[in-house]
Design a protein around this ligand. Structure first.
Ligand code: SF4
Ligand code: SF4
Length: 222
């Protein structure tokens, strides 16, 4: 019958309007203000007109969500004082090499006394306007030192120097990574053999081996 499609469309529209009012009544007209209502409106059972009141409300992002990368540093209250805020990055340069638009710049650190290179970055820059959030840097980093962030609110009034992030702007504590990607962080820790940086775990294993050897030698002498 002519006009059947229009009628079907109107039915869907009116159904959504009706369901919106039903939801308003259900939430006592606090559907957009009640914090409990928001997760429900995001759920599969949500009915009616669905509007996110951004920026007051924000959609939760999935763990695999990826935005501009950040650099992992040890927690600022790490039990070992020397590790506090220590870069996980060893300045190997792999991320800069694999980055498709070449928006990573790294300056390797040097020992001020000997002038020899040290495995940590002195400077680290990412041009966030060029970064395309592909995540390859994070995929390739052998030290789990660069991770994709969940923070997508990076707009500013200056699109020149303000969009070239330096090491300080890029660095975030390890516990931040654990909070935004708990499953991945745990998988990585299992693969590394612990929650610490690869080098720390290697050093701990070496020390444990030396201790065991010394104890064995002492018991042999007895
Ligand atoms: S790949 Fe990882 S360790 Fe190497 S320079 Fe990049 S962030 Fe640092
Ligand atoms: S996410 Fe992709 S484009 Fe952005 S810095 Fe990493 S490798 Fe480069």
């Amino acid at each position: 019958m002519y006009g059947q499609g229009i009628l079907r469309g109107l039915k869907v529209t009116f159904q959504h309007i009706f369901e919106s009012y039903m939801d308003d009544i259900r939430w006592n007209f606090r559907r957009y203000r009640s914090p409990e209502a928001f997760p429900e409106r995001q759920g599969v059972a949500a009915r009616g007109v669905f509007t996110v009141q951004y920026p007051e409300e924000k959609l939760a992002v999935p763990e695999r969500f990826r935005f501009i990368p950040f650099l992992v540093v040890d927690n600022y209250d790490h039990p070992d004082e020397e590790r506090r805020g220590h870069d996980w990055c060893t300045s190997c340069g792999i991320c800069a090499k694999v980055c498709p638009p070449q928006c990573i710049w790294i300056v390797r650190g040097t020992n001020p006394e000997t002038g020899r290179p040290v495995p940590e970055p002195e400077e680290f820059y990412i041009d966030i306007d060029i970064c395309m959030n592909c995540g390859l840097c994070a995929e390739f980093c052998p030290f789990d030192a660069i991770k994709m962030d969940h923070d997508y609110e990076l707009s500013s009034y200056d699109r020149t120097s303000a969009h070239i992030y330096n090491k300080q702007q890029l660095s975030k504590e390890f516990r931040y990574w654990q909070s935004i990607a708990p499953t991945t962080a745990e998988e990585e820790a299992n693969a590394r053999g612990g929650w610490e940086h690869k080098d720390v775990l290697k050093q701990q294993a070496k020390e444990a081996k030396a201790r065991a050897k010394a104890e064995q030698a002492a018991s042999d002498t007895d």
